[in-house]
Ligand binder design. Structure first.
Ligand code: IPD
Length: 281
């Protein structure tokens, strides 16, 4: 009989709650120092590292045979490679810029994959204490309430969510701003950005937003929220219209296939290297 991973899901939910407490203690102090990683907008704090180390050691103790792929471990030089082995994909604080500023959208994101397929995803939005989660074939929930996408088919009635992102080279900035201009001219009802890809995508799962797109984020930002959108009845795909690949750094998450493909035709992606690309020599 195939494993149903219920114990792992329950363990992940309990870890997310503990991690959120650590995040909120630091968030309320508002004294966090940061350093920059790949750009002036790609930040890391002591809390990112502390929460990731907590999650990594708790998972390693309970499931020594499982693998771990975390934002800060990769930033510290660990190889980013998704294999067929059970793997936890973690963003300890999604929305680190928000966290540093006290802007109230920060999340702990935990996805669990086996045979490169996501079995469950958990996004805990720390300030408003919303626990979004989904299990493959089992539906998506927020604080116990079943989630359903809006099923909007008409792009001109869509509330779109996206992100400015951390990529700040000229091509990334001009592509990102011209995409927003194109969408506003379609027109759509509006464009929003909360500063955390994980929570942004959960807005599509709840039906509050109709579509999300993003180029340049990483697998840990969206692995958990992708299954939450899918299990809420949404469509998740590549910005080129092809199959979703969490390593590609491109995603559209939509309330319907019609809207997903309309957005794919409207926007452009700038080139960024895959998350699992071989490190350059
Ligand atoms: C960031 C957030 C942000 C997105 C960036 C991500 P982090 O994650 O998800 O919304 O635009 O691309 O890097 O660094 O706060 O974990």
């Amino acid at each position: 009989m195939a494993a149903d991973w219920t114990d792992s899901l329950n363990f992940g939910l309990s870890l997310a709650k503990q991690a959120s407490q650590v995040v909120m203690e630091a968030y309320e102090l508002r004294t966090e120092e940061f350093t920059c990683k790949s750009s002036a907008a790609d930040l890391v704090t002591q809390s990112d590292v502390k929460v990731e180390n907590f999650l990594k050691s708790a998972i390693g103790s309970k499931y020594p045979q499982h693998r771990f792929l975390g934002e800060e471990s990769v930033a510290a030089g660990e190889r980013l490679e998704l294999t067929d082995l059970p793997t936890w994909i973690i963003d300890p604080i999604d929305g680190t810029v928000n966290f540093v500023h006290g802007f109230p959208f920060v999340a702990v994101s935990i996805a669990f994959c086996v045979n490169r397929q996501t079995e469950f995803g958990i996004v805990l939005s720390c300030v408003d204490q919303k626990v979004y989660y989904a299990r493959r074939g089992g539906g998506a929930y927020c604080n116990g309430r079943r989630l359903r996408v809006s099923e909007q088919q008409d792009v001109s009635k869509c509330l779109v969510v996206t992100e400015i992102g951390a990529e700040r080279d000229d091509l990334a900035l001009s592509t990102m701003t011209s995409n927003i201009l194109t969408l506003l001219k379609l027109p759509v009802h509006g464009v929003r950005a909360l500063g955390t890809a994980a929570v942004d995508m959960c807005q599509v799962a709840t039906g509050a937003a109709d579509v999300y797109y993003h180029v340049g984020m990483h697998c840990w930002d969206i692995a958990a929220s992708a299954i939450i959108v899918q299990e809420a009845g949404g469509v998740v795909m590549d910005t080129e219209g092809s199959r979703f690949d969490m390593m590609s750094r491109r995603v559209i998450a939509a309330s319907s296939s019609v809207v997903a493909h309309r957005i794919a035709r409207a926007i452009r992606a700038f080139p960024c290297s895959r998350d699992d690309a071989e490190p350059s020599q």
